[in-house]
Design a protein around this ligand. Structure first.
Ligand SMILES: [Zn+2]
Length: 416
């Protein structure tokens, strides 16, 4: 068979039936889903996915990191696998589309390739990555597969060590398995992921597809301003060392700085705690949790330096001490030009409008970026809502996204 890829059509009705069946697993009162990684609902979704793979005449596989795959082998011995996927786990009371759409569209691509008898030089694998959302560790399955997971990552995971061990036990997985799940880069032909945007840009612009250029880098800090506790009734206003003023001024100045000088970036003060914390005591200490995100390395470095300098400026202005502690940092992950090219060609051949954009959210693609050609396609999220039962995308956009994923996968496979 040698059809041009635009003649090969995904089965939208079948995809929709799968989507609706999956949305029943872990369904919540508000119409969302609750499938935290390796919870009973997540395990049920994974079993359901394996069942769908088998009933479609595909192989079902599970690797030592618990990544679950539908697998379509090619004829060439020793060929690498082109991975298509996303994740079936959700945040607590999350939406039906986040992750689920990408896994189901990947499964549909494999079914269509099989039905049309298309010969490819690569194996195709529709993969559900373990714990993308960070209930336990975050990007757990994809970083294990990419060989980026370290024993240290498992010692004090963000969801707590006990929760991790319980989840692994429930799923029949082990820490040793996670650390041995690395696949050699030669076994990976590439990775493509369809996902909802989770922000309002495509929806506002009325554009059908987003071609993801990079996944943002994220740095997180704890800032501590120190002043002096004093009687709030008797200490004159101009004689106070009020730690709250430094924190408040920094929070406002951060918004101004990022808006004016870093239009591609964001920053957030997500927690602010004052001590001692009483009506009648001038705050001696203000701790704040700061996070910033940037789509490329140079801007990331400038943003981090500018925020640090700003924090010091506000400390000096109010006569305060300042301690800055870095809690975590992930560099921006540029996605592959070959993958972007395949997505753009597919979008143009299908007559879909598209926009290049950076992802402000983390995704499994960042684990694979730099190891194999990795790319992502976004479809519009209505009103930008995500991580909420309000999350919604029009079905026609889901269908277009799946069709573009198919076109991009066939092009990327042919180029390898
Ligand atoms: Zn997701």
């Amino acid at each position: 068979v040698n059809q041009s890829s635009e003649q090969i059509i995904i089965n939208s009705e079948r995809l929709k039936q799968d989507f609706e069946a999956l949305a029943e697993i872990g369904i919540t009162a508000g119409g969302g889903v609750h499938r935290p990684a390796l919870s009973e609902a997540d395990l049920q979704a994974r079993r359901w996915f394996q069942g769908r793979a088998l009933s479609s005449g595909l192989e079902a596989r599970v690797d030592p990191a618990g990544n679950v795959s539908a697998y379509l082998p090619c004829a060439a011995p020793g060929a690498p696998a082109l991975l298509l996927g996303s994740h079936l786990d959700s945040v607590p009371d999350g939406g039906r589309f986040d992750g689920a759409l990408g896994v189901l569209a990947a499964l549909e691509v494999l079914r269509v390739v099989k039905e049309w008898g298309i010969t490819l030089p690569v194996n195709l694998e529709a993969i559900d990555f373990t714990d993308e959302e960070g209930t336990l560790v975050g990007l757990l399955g994809s970083s294990a597969l990419a060989g980026r997971l370290t024993p240290n990552d498992l010692l004090s995971p963000r969801g707590g060590r006990d929760a991790l061990l319980e989840g692994l036990d429930r799923a029949g997985l082990s820490e040793a398995g996670l650390l041995e799940a690395r696949r050699p880069p030669a076994a990976l032909a590439g990775y493509l992921e369809l996902h909802i945007e989770q922000g309002p840009r495509l929806w506002r612009a009325g554009v059908q597809l987003g071609v993801v250029t990079a996944i943002v880098g994220i740095a997180s800090y704890e800032l501590t301003y120190t002043g002096r506790a004093d009687h709030a009734g008797t200490t004159p206003m101009d004689e106070r060392a009020d730690a709250a003023l430094g924190a408040a001024a920094f929070t406002l100045a951060t918004r101004r700085l990022v808006t004016e000088a870093f239009p591609e970036c964001v920053a957030n003060v997500g927690r602010l705690a004052l001590a001692p914390g009483a009506f009648n005591i001038v705050p001696a200490e203000a701790r704040l949790a700061l996070e910033c995100r940037a789509p490329e390395a140079a801007a990331f470095e400038r943003l981090k330096a500018a925020l640090t300098a700003l924090a010091r400026t506000e400390a000096d202005r109010f006569g305060l001490g300042l301690k800055i502690e870095t809690l975590g940092e992930h560099a921006p992950a540029p996605l592959s030009p070959a993958a972007k090219g395949a997505i753009i060609e597919a979008a143009e051949a299908l007559g879909l409008s598209y926009l290049p954009l950076a992802s402000g959210a983390g995704h499994d693609a960042q684990s694979l970026a730099g190891i194999c050609p990795a790319g992502m396609l976004f479809i519009p999220s209505v009103a930008g809502a995500s991580h909420s039962p309000r999350e919604f995308s029009e079905w026609v956009d889901c269908e277009n996204g799946a069709q573009a994923l198919l076109g991009a996968a066939l092009r990327l496979a042919a180029s390898l």
